[in-house]
Design a protein around this ligand. Sequence first.
Ligand code: GDP
Ligand code: IMO
Ligand code: MG
Length: 427
Amino acid sequence: MPAIVVLGAQWGDEGKGKATDLLATTDRIDFVVRTSGGHNAGHTIVIDGEKYATHLLPSGILTPGATSVIANGVVVSPEALFRELDGLIARGVEVADLKVSANAHVIASYHATIDKVTERFLGKNQIGTTGRGIGPAYADKINRVGVRIADLFDEKILREKIDAALDVRNHLLTKVYNRRAIEVDAVVEELLSYAERLRPMVCDTSLLLNQALDAGQTVLFEGAQATMLDVDHGTYPFVTSSNPVAGGVCVGAGVGPTRIDRVIGVIKAYTTRVGSGPFPTELFDEDGIQLQTLGGEIGVSTGRTRRCGWYDAVVARYASRVNGLTELFLTKLDILGAWERIPVCVAYEIDGQRVEEMPMTQTEFHHAKPVYEFFDGWGSDISGCRSFDDLPKNAQVYVQALEEMSGAKIWGVGVGPGREQTVVVHG
Ligand code: GDP
Ligand code: IMO
Ligand code: MG
């Protein structure tokens, strides 16, 4: 019966991979499903001290017995898909069964080309995308000139669709961006080369998942990106081009909202962000550098340094609200062991006014200054703690205070990257 959503409550990289792996191995999970985004994601899973990263593949690919599903809302680069699969196989991983939706949209190499030239053209206003072609692929989908996985099995249709997609794009590339036009034949050939290997994986994933839920099986929807990167609810335009919020799961998988039982927001005990855009609690001092260093805050996909700041309870409350969170999973509490005093942003000051909720306009959010409350640190290594009672008193106070101000109960706390390095607060 249960359908569980795991999603990012901040700007990404909260530890969704770890949370997914933890749930997939402790609760018996039958399906692990990606419903939005593409290989812009970078999820880290640490199993017995060995580190793995997944990008387009659901983290369930590492869970024996679980079926991994790439649902209709995902944008799929077949090249990235097989590169990732082959990378895991080369490491000796026994990869799980994988299903791909016939309706998922395809990222071809020209999408990445367009992503990069668009960013260059934006200059100082650039989004800081991952350069993987995510935005241009979703733009084609919405413009109704996208190519879907099912199209790879009909060469005639595929050629017609790529012809139509490249028609306007090539005018833009040659006349505006001063680039060479992309050749239709080359793209058709590129995509057809993946068709046979893909064919056995492709199915109606909405039907598959609904039948699984009807049969009482457990489905875990593994979020990618995060609430504040959502194209509707995030810090637009500094967002990704999909809906990583809970509502996006239903659209991206073809399951109804009545089927979802739990919505778990993964949230760091501080905040990070990659790429451009507003970030009220961002630190530009020694504390920021220390969070970055101790937290190992380097992007899994692009290797970029993550911007770091203190926990923002306004963001947490907002994520709880727009996702209808039933629980939070608080990660990386262990990193804060180095501080004597830990600031937490409880509200913003915007043009002289105290504001408790996410402001309505982008201008107000750009003006938001954090209002901090300070908590005593615990000054010790908590990575060996396995129960709430094991945590030092000040760490318990910190977790309880965050729970009170964040709009959802804290189900568990991460005290290290390994799945066993977890403290269950409300089991
Ligand atoms: P995701 O994109 O949300 O899956 O997160 P990332 O994998 O991009 O980044 C999270 C990083 O934090 C990874 O390096 C994880 O191994 C690590 N991590 C997750 N939970 C914890 C935790 O509780 N403590 C520590 N120290 N590291 C953690
Ligand atoms: P996971 O799943 C952090 C950010 C990019 C950029 C913006 C748009 O690992 O949390 P895009 O390539 O999606 O068009 O870039 O979104 N971004 C992420 N930041 N974690 C991610 O994924 C991200 N996926 C996209 O840095 O600012
Ligand atoms: Mg990540």
